[in-house]
Design a protein around this ligand. Structure first.
Ligand SMILES: [Zn+2]
Ligand SMILES: [Zn+2]
Length: 260
C-alpha cells in the first residue's frame, strides 16, 4: 500500500525506513498517517499531462533506466502541487525551497553513502542547473564533475562563458529560481507527440549537500537589484564547494515551457 510522508506528502518506500527520503521527517516521532479519502494527490499526478510530456522528454534523453528510482517521482506543477501547499520546508535546519513548476524523476542513491552520512537527515537540499549531457555524466559517474574533468561524451568540463574564471568549484543553489537560470541551464527545444506542441526544456539536479563543506555568496549572473527568488535573497543564492563528494543528486527535475 502506498504510504506518504506526513510532513511533505511524498510517497515513501514501502520498506522499514526511519526518515522520509525527501524531507528527512522522522517517522518515529509520529505515527504514519494513511492518505485520507479526499487526498487525491496521487490521482492528480497520475493524470497530469505536464508530467506525461516530461516523461516523454526524459525518454528522448535516453538515460539508462537503472539510474532512476520512481518511488521518488513527484510532479510540482500547479495542478499536482497546490497553491495551498507550503513554498518551503525545513531540512537539516535550512530552507528547502519547493521546486514549484518542475517535475522530479527520482534517482537511485547509494544506500551506504546515504546511511553513513545520514544525508536525508543531516544534509540540506540544493539544486544544480546544467545541460542534459553534463547532468547525465554526473549521475552516471556517481559524482559531480569539476572543470577539467571529462564528461561521458569525452568533452572537458569548462566554466561557462561569462562565469567566474579559473575556479575549480562546484556551484549549487538553495533555490531553483537561480539554478534554473539560462546561464547554468540551457533550454532545449522539444516537440511532444502527445500534445504536438513545442517546448523549451530545462534540467536541474536536486541534491543533498553536506553542511560545513560549502560557502555561500551573492549571485554572479549580474542580476544587481533584480530579485531572483522570492524566498532566498540575492546575496545568498549561490553555494560553492571544492568537495565533490559533499553533493549527492537524488532527483532529475524537468521544466517545460510552451513555445512556438
Ligand atoms: Zn517527507
Ligand atoms: Zn503535474
Amino acid at each position: 500500500m502506498t504510504r506518504r510522508c506526513v510532513a511533505c506528502h511524498e510517497i515513501t518506500p514501502p520498506n522499514n525506513i526511519n526518515y522520509c527520503p525527501n524531507c528527512g521527517h522522522d517517522f518515529r516521532r509520529r505515527p504514519i498517517q494513511q492518505p485520507s479519502s479526499n487526498d487525491n494527490d496521487g490521482k492528480l499526478s497520475h493524470s497530469c499531462e505536464y508530467k506525461s510530456v516530461c516523461v516523454e522528454y526524459l525518454r528522448s534523453l535516453n538515460w539508462n533506466k537503472d539510474l532512476f528510482n520512481r518511488e521518488f517521482n513527484r510532479c510540482y506543477c500547479k495542478n499536482c502541487y497546490r497553491d495551498s501547499f507550503p513554498d518551503t520546508l525545513t531540512e537539516a535546519g535550512s530552507l528547502y525551497v519547493i521546486p514549484r513548476g518542475w517535475c522530479r524523476f527520482g534517482l537511485q542513491v547509494d544506500k551506504v553513502r546515504a546511511d553513513v552520512d545520514n544525508i536525508w537527515r543531516n544534509w540540506i537540499v540544493t539544486y544544480h542547473g546544467t545541460s542534459a549531457v553534463a547532468a547525465q555524466s554526473i549521475v552516471a559517474h556517481r559524482q559531480f564533475l569539476i572543470p577539467g574533468d571529462k564528461r561521458i561524451d569525452g568533452k572537458k568540463i569548462a566554466i561557462l562563458p561569462g562565469h567566474i574564471d579559473e575556479k575549480f568549484h562546484i556551484y549549487t543553489s538553495p533555490t531553483i529560481a537561480y539554478s534554473g537560470h539560462p546561464v547554468y541551464c540551457p533550454s532545449v527545444r522539444f516537440q511532444s507527440n502527445i500534445t504536438k506542441k513545442y517546448y523549451n526544456a530545462r534540467i536541474v539536479l536536486q541534491c543533498r549537500q553536506m553542511p560545513g563543506k560549502f560557502q555561500v555568496q551573492r549571485e554572479t549572473i549580474g542580476a544587481d537589484n533584480k530579485r531572483i527568488c522570492p524566498i532566498i535573497p540575492n546575496n545568498q543564492v549561490e553555494i560553492f564547494t571544492t568537495v565533490r563528494a559533499s553533493i549527492v543528486p537524488y532527483g532529475l527535475l524537468i521544466h517545460l515551457a510552451e513555445t512556438n
